[in-house]
Design a protein. Structure first.
Length: 166
């Protein structure tokens, strides 16, 4: 695991560019491609944790997303560079709770967030299984580092109509 994964700051994925085919008829990034960018960022973080493609090949384990809540806050357009930050909020022996922010990479404004629950999967049985001890230790270390970081707004939000007040 690199020193970057252990800093008391969220994991920052590499800067990404919006691909032309991702722009919809409204002239902005189609909602599906926010998830593509969030997923690419998680894949980068999983490499830091040792649970990327090599882990699946060598140890027959992977992660599946069990739940995802995306908030679309500001439009992204073709030509906008973006960067995703990832907080590993909590973990247990089989689950990872993450929160991601997608920001304009040069101007810094927030475009979208994604809160996720991922499950560790034994790919032989395709069932949820505990992380191996070495991976679990890495995960605990990162959760500890990220717990020292101020939590972003939006964690734990649910989908509901705004309350009507008098």
């Amino acid at each position: 695991m690199t020193a970057d994964a252990l800093k008391a700051e969220p994991f920052r994925a590499s800067i990404m560019q919006i691909e032309p085919q991702w722009i919809d008829y409204n002239g902005h990034l189609n909602m599906a491609y926010y998830n593509v960018m969030f997923d690419r960022a998680i894949d980068q973080m999983w490499l830091q944790l040792g649970i990327g493609p090599g882990y699946m090949k060598e140890r027959n384990g992977s992660t599946f997303t069990a739940e995802c809540h995306v908030r679309y806050l500001r439009e992204i357009h073709l030509g906008d560079p973006v960067q995703v930050s990832v907080w590993l909020l909590e973990a247990d022996d089989k689950r990872l709770h993450t929160f991601e922010e997608l920001r304009h990479a040069t101007e810094g404004w927030l475009s979208a967030t994604s809160e996720n629950m991922s499950l560790h999967i034994d790919m032989g049985s395709r069932k949820v299984a505990p992380f191996p001890p070495d991976i679990a230790e890495r995960i605990r270390t990162v959760v500890g580092a990220h717990s020292a970081v101020q939590r972003p707004e939006g964690i734990g939000r649910n989908v509901a109509m705004p309350s009507k007040r008098g």
